[in-house]
Design a protein around this ligand. Structure first.
Ligand SMILES: [Zn+2]
Length: 242
C-alpha cells in the first residue's frame, strides 16, 4: 500500500463531495434567469389581455357613437319631414313623405335596439376590465414578491457556492499537480463525478461488476485505479482510513 496514493485519494474523495455540491448549485443558479423570465412573462401576458379588453371596449364605444349620430340625424330628418308634411296639400306627395317618415322611424327603432345591446356589452366590458385590473394589481405584488424570493434564494446559493469553492481550493492545494490534473480531467469527462466507491464489487458510477483482478489492484492501492467501463477513479469504502 502506498500511503501517498491513499492520502491523495482521500483528498479527492473530499474534493468530490464539494464538487458535487458546487455542480448542483450551479444547475440551480442557471435556472434563476429562466424562473424570473417566466414570472415576468406571466405578468406581461395578463397585461396584454387587459389591453385587448380595453381595445374591444373602445371598438364598441366607437360603434355606439356612430349609431348614436345616425339616430340623431334620423330624428332631425323625421322632424323636418313632419314640418314639411303640414304644408303638403297633394295626397300622393303626403303619402310618399309619410311612408318616408315611417321607414325612418322603423330604422331608428332598430338603431335603438342596437344601441341598447351595445350599451349592455360596454357595461359587461367595464365589469370584466375592472376585475382584470384588480387581479393584475394582485398579480403584480405577487410577482414582485416571488421574484424577490427567487433572487434572495439565488443570492444565498451563490454565497454558498463561493464558500464551497474556497474550501475546495484549500484541499486542491494539497493535491499533487499531476493527480489534480487527472482528477479535473476525469471530472469533466464523467459528468461531474471523478471518484466513486465500489460496493459489493460494483462500481457506484456505472454499476459495472468490477473484475477480481481490478479489485485486487484497488486493494493494493499502489496507484490510482480506474473503473474499466466509466474510467472513474475507484476505491473501496472499507479501505479508507478512519
Ligand atoms: Zn464505473
Amino acid at each position: 500500500m502506498n500511503n501517498k496514493v491513499l492520502e491523495q485519494r482521500e483528498l479527492m474523495i473530499k474534493l468530490q463531495t464539494y464538487d458535487k455540491k458546487i455542480i448542483e448549485l450551479e444547475k440551480v443558479l442557471e435556472k434563476v434567469d429562466g424562473e424570473i423570465t417566466v414570472l415576468e412573462q406571466n405578468f406581461l401576458d395578463e397585461e396584454k389581455k387587459l389591453d385587448g379588453l380595453k381595445e374591444s371596449r373602445l371598438e364598441k364605444k366607437k360603434m355606439y357613437g356612430m349609431y348614436e349620430s345616425d339616430f340623431e340625424s334620423n330624428n332631425q330628418r323625421i322632424e323636418k319631414y313632419e314640418q314639411h308634411l303640414k304644408k303638403l296639400a297633394n295626397p300622393k306627395d303626403y303619402r310618399a313623405l309619410q311612408r318616408e317618415v315611417d321607414e325612418t322611424r322603423k330604422l331608428n327603432d332598430e338603431i335603438q335596439e342596437s344601441l341598447l345591446t351595445l350599451l349592455e356589452e360596454i357595461e359587461e366590458f367595464d365589469s370584466v376590465i375592472r376585475d382584470k385590473e384588480a387581479s393584475i394589481l394582485q398579480l403584480k405584488s405577487l410577482t414582485e414578491s416571488q421574484k424577490e424570493e427567487v433572487l434572495k434564494k439565488a443570492e444565498n446559493e451563490a454565497r454558498e457556492k463561493t464558500e464551497l469553492i474556497s474550501k475546495k481550493n484549500e484541499i486542491s492545494e494539497n493535491l499533487d499537480p499531476k493527480i489534480k490534473e487527472i482528477y479535473y480531467d476525469t471530472l469533466k469527462k464523467s459528468g461531474g463525478v471523478a471518484i466513486v466507491p465500489v460496493s459489493n464489487q460494483v462500481c457506484n458510477g456505472c454499476f459495472l461488476r468490477i473484475p477480481p483482478q481490478v479489485l485486487i489492484e484497488i486493494k493494493k492501492a499502489n496507484e490510482l485505479i480506474y473503473c474499466p467501463r466509466c474510467h472513474r477513479i475507484v476505491y473501496l469504502e472499507e479501505d479508507r482510513p478512519i
